[in-house]
Design a protein around this ligand. Structure first.
Ligand SMILES: *[C@@H]1O[C@H](CO)[C@@H](O)[C@H](O)[C@H]1NC(C)=O
Ligand SMILES: *[C@@H]1O[C@H](CO)[C@@H](O)[C@H](O)[C@H]1NC(C)=O
Ligand SMILES: *[C@@H]1O[C@H](CO)[C@@H](O)[C@H](O)[C@H]1NC(C)=O
Ligand SMILES: *[C@@H]1O[C@H](CO)[C@@H](O)[C@H](O)[C@H]1NC(C)=O
Length: 672
């Protein structure tokens, strides 16, 4: 009996000591996590109030409702104190980084913002909305017993009473929403210049907070998530932190909306490290993070309901009309932003210094044009790249990003693919894959058609180019019209697979220059459709590319062979329409183009290409087939093809002088 009691006591004490020991070891451990979205980490986050983890894994702190608060904390306490001896303690180094997105109720109106918080408790009971961010209330705001440190991201636009009359700012808060340090929202670009941006733009914004224990320095960097700033926004000595931090602290986020204004606050991903050796928190790749999914009709109607109650008659109707307008504008803006992000995120964003290194300080020039200069380079992984450095353009950064986004939709097998871009200060650079085998014009000038091996290749190349164009015209969300199809712009990869290049550039450089580069092309004037010079032939459209494609195919099979054209160039129209091909076709002489020993198959393929090309170069755009149809025709049989009508033409005597028409029409660049 006594023995068993002793044993029991012994076991009990052992249990106690083990549990104490395990607790003390757990206290010693550092905290480190990476949440690229919260889908697989729901159990590690405790949310309260309006906060929730949505099905796609995004952490939503508040939705678009009036007067709400939401909090989300890592569910285990973190230990940030180091004890030097019994009386002296110091806050350990830690590092955290998160990507967030704030979507205002309307482009110019939203609030109130959110905080990243160190708190002794994950339950912010009684905390208020609006300027208290779901973190404090009017009684405990400023109380030194709060033991709360917060970085506040205050988005309030426009009027706000109290000390915070400047919206869109960031502050370091100690036990109070009155920030000890406050900065308006900017990042330092490559040229060390401040660039402002809006926290509530709806775009992903990255925040990096580093605290160095030994020096008690805290750095805070906040910037549009795609970019990389040169230095932190706030770099402060904050000895005060050691008065705040207790043995166990909870880390997380709080957010609030207002009684009249609101925004949805999202955290897309979060990393934290308190390893103490100034180990930076692991970086979050944007492509891994969930995007905000505003549901249709998720806009809260409380505001407009209230307006209806307060105001009457005409005022109400006006407000409603305005409200609906704002609603639709907002919806469009949000979905555009999201679309833009989805296509941009897979692209690599390079630093200027990286690009410089990859190109060996821009040593090897491979091409120049009105848009700028192209250099050859090598990525560290061995891939070769073509780096296009755009001339300083007056277009703003947004235009550039939009253009890169629309180009990046075209990552298709027959299109030269975009690898990434660099946008730092005034520097705008596009990085493409580099194709080793040169362009189709070199291939044509080698007169490759005269050898049997190449004749079949020609057909394959023509079908490849057609597929690339079909993709540009029909495969992207926005139709892309190339407007400059010519052999120089068709590059060949190592398998001699053709890839269409140089699309989308006209819009990126000065209009005038793009027209110049369009016309300043040796001997390629014949590739430009007649309607590009004069409206008399119809309007400029994707069918203009079809014309150029036709001329390209004729060029490939030698039909626009210079000697031949010159002999026949008694009138201007022969540049646009090689009359004599018809004559040869009628006389069954098309194989003359190919040399002497031609098999039946080769003859059939050649005849097919000639007929299709002639359809493509019909002077009236409406008579030309679409690129869909061209691909069908290329893949179909010769028997299925009709001989196109032989056009009667009246070309302007000097078509090239009418470039003013061209400059107007070039603005019809992409068709939605
Ligand atoms: C705002 O919400 C708080 C509770 O969080 C409530 O006490 C207060 O009455 C609300 N104010 C308005 C104007 O709805
Ligand atoms: C504790 O350490 C601090 C500095 O590390 C020192 O200044 C202080 O005298 C020490 N106190 C005791 C009681 O040893
Ligand atoms: C303010 O917050 C404190 C701490 O959570 C709480 O004890 C107190 O009741 C709150 N005060 C009000 C007025 O809600
Ligand atoms: C803070 O930023 C400064 C300037 O960029 C840098 O020298 C310092 O090492 C940074 N400190 C921390 C803790 O990251």
């Amino acid at each position: 009996m006594t023995q068993s009691m002793v044993t029991l006591l012994f076991v009990f004490f052992q249990f106690l000591s083990v549990s104490v020991r395990s607790q003390s070891t757990s206290m010693e451990t550092t905290t480190e996590f990476v949440f690229p979205g919260f889908k697989d980490y729901q159990s590690e986050i405790q949310t309260e109030g309006a906060a929730t983890i949505e099905p796609n894994g995004i952490l939503r702190l508040t939705d678009q409702k009036l007067n709400v608060t939401g909090t989300a904390f890592y569910n285990k306490p973190v230990r940030l104190l180091d004890h030097k001896n019994l009386t002296t303690k110091a806050v350990r180094s830690f590092s955290t980084s998160f990507v967030f997105s704030i979507i205002h109720s309307s482009p110019s109106n939203g609030g109130y913002g959110f905080t990243f918080t160190l708190s002794p408790t994950p339950h912010r009971l009684g905390a208020e909305s609006e300027k208290y961010f779901g973190l404090f209330n009017r009684t405990n705001d400023g109380d030194p017993n709060d033991h709360v440190f917060a970085v506040e991201f205050d988005t309030l636009q426009g009027f706000h009473d109290g000390v915070y009359n400047s919206g869109n700012h960031i502050g370091l808060d100690f036990n109070s929403v009155r920030s000890d340090f406050q900065e308006s929202v900017v990042y330092y670009n490559f040229d060390d210049q401040k660039e402002g941006f809006q926290l509530g733009s709806g775009e992903p914004i990255r925040a990096i907070l580093d605290y160095d224990g030994p020096t008690q320095m805290m750095n805070l960097t906040v910037f549009p998530a795609m970019l990389t700033p040169r230095k932190p926004l706030i770099s402060q000595h904050i000895p005060k932190l050691s008065e705040i931090v207790q043995e166990e602290m909870y880390i997380g986020f709080t957010a609030a909306t207002g009684r009249n204004i609101f925004s949805a606050h999202y955290v897309m991903g979060w990393t934290f490290s308190s390893r103490g050796d100034r180990q930076a928190a692991a970086p979050l790749a944007l492509s891994d993070l969930p995007l905000p999914q505003l549901k249709e009709g998720s806009l809260d109607n409380q505001a407009s309901t209230r307006n209806i109650l307060i105001a009457a008659g005409l005022i109400v109707s006006i407000l409603m009309v305005l409200g609906f307008l704002a609603f639709f504008i907002k919806k469009r803006k949000t979905s555009n932003t999201r679309k833009k992000l989805q296509v941009l995120i897979p692209l690599k964003h390079y630093h200027y210094n990286e690009v410089k290194r990859y190109t060996d300080s821009f040593a090897c020039v491979v091409g120049r044009g009105g848009f700028g200069t192209v250099y050859k380079g090598n990525l560290p992984d061995g891939r070769k790249i073509a780096v296009k450095v755009l001339k300083d353009s007056k277009s703003n950064g947004e235009d550039f990003i939009n253009e890169v986004a629309s180009m990046s939709q075209t990552s298709h097998v027959n299109i030269v693919s975009l690898v990434g871009f660099c946008y730092e200060g005034s520097k705008r650079i596009i990085v493409y894959e580099f194709l080793e085998n040169g362009s189709l014009d070199q291939f044509i000038s080698m007169n490759a058609a005269s050898t049997a091996e190449w004749r079949i290749r020609l057909y394959e190349i023509a079908l490849g180019v057609a597929r690339g164009l079909e993709y540009l015209h029909y495969g992207c969300k926005t139709r892309i019209v190339h407007f400059d199809i010519k052999p120089q712009n068709v590059l060949l990869d190592c398998n001699l697979c053709p890839k269409v290049s140089d699309f989308g550039l006209a819009k990126l450089c000065e209009k005038k220059e793009s027209i110049m580069s369009l016309l300043d092309t040796r001997g390629t004037i014949g590739y430009i459709a007649p309607e590009m010079f004069s409206r008399a032939y119809g309007s400029v459209s994707h069918k203009s590319d079809v014309y150029s494609y036709g001329m390209l195919v004729l060029g490939m099979i030698g039909a626009t062979n210079k000697d031949r054209v010159e002999k026949d160039a008694s009138n201007a129209s022969s540049i646009y329409f090689p009359d004599w091909i018809y004559k040869d076709l009628e006389n069954g002489k098309q194989c003359k183009l190919l040399g002497d020993e031609v098999t039946n198959e080769e003859e059939e393929i050649t005849k097919k290409m000639i007929l299709i090309a002639l359809w493509c170069i019909q002077p009236s755009p409406s008579n030309r087939p679409s690129m869909n149809r061209v691909v069908e025709m290329m893949e179909g049989t010769l028997d299925a093809l009709e001989v196109p009508p032989k056009p009667v033409l009246h070309f302007p005597a000097e078509p090239l002088q009418d470039s003013s028409t061209l400059s107007e029409e070039i603005t019809v660049y992409t068709e939605v």
